[in-house]
Design a protein around this ligand. Sequence first.
Ligand SMILES: C[S@@+](CC[C@H](N)C(=O)[O-])C[C@H]1O[C@@H](n2cnc3c(N)ncnc32)[C@H](O)[C@@H]1O
Length: 234
Amino acid sequence: MNLKKILLPPVFEKYNLMKYYHILFNKKKTIHLFKYERNFYWRVAFINKAVAKFKNCNYLELGVANNRVFNSIPLKMNKKFGVDPSEGGNFRMTSDEFFEKHQNLKFDVIFIDGLHHYDQCQKDCINSMKLLNPGGIIFLHDLLPRCEIEQVIPQSYSTWSGDVWKVAVELTHSTNVDFKICNIDHGLGILKLKNDFEYKKLDLKNSTFDEYLSFKKDFNIINSEDALDFIELN
Ligand SMILES: C[S@@+](CC[C@H](N)C(=O)[O-])C[C@H]1O[C@@H](n2cnc3c(N)ncnc32)[C@H](O)[C@@H]1O
């Protein structure tokens, strides 16, 4: 067991303590309104399936944290780019700084999992779309919060998705994109682009959780088997 876990057991971590507070005093906002598919996959399986599709894959991950996903990518270091201002990866900077400095790079697979705020995720998505090679695939994490508290800004809960579901709404309404969400692992968005794609900004800053529940009915939510097929499809 590592020293940090001995000195600070997970139950005493900040967001777990806040979680217990909400469960006691804010219960309604913590009740899960749906379940993720129970299966034998998590995001790494899908991202790696996409990586394996490309002969000389260039991989970009925005928000790397403890390298759990990044270390699973079986590419040489000159083919994988992990961007995080705090920990993990090989580019110690924000995603905005990365896109500013590396406008000429192109990627086949991009995993967007940085700051889980609508405006930042929207920027990350639009910037990623510009750097995606034809036929490439973009993944976005945490698009399906199960209860209100999981999407409240700022974070006050351990299983936190933020309000990046608003980007899922915009992608659902965007032009010439093929966008689906796999109902696993807090909602894994899978995005492919067609010619003349256009990201649709909808100004959802003040949209509420109830609105999310209504938008969610229009999401193209798929299971793991269909997600594997979708990734494979050219
Ligand atoms: C949810 S974690 C990433 C988890 C990782 N992708 C995984 O699947 O295991 C989010 C990470 O985003 C990073 N982050 C926060 N703001 C960012 C920004 N502006 N640009 C890039 N990364 C950012 C945080 O430091 C944190 O490590």
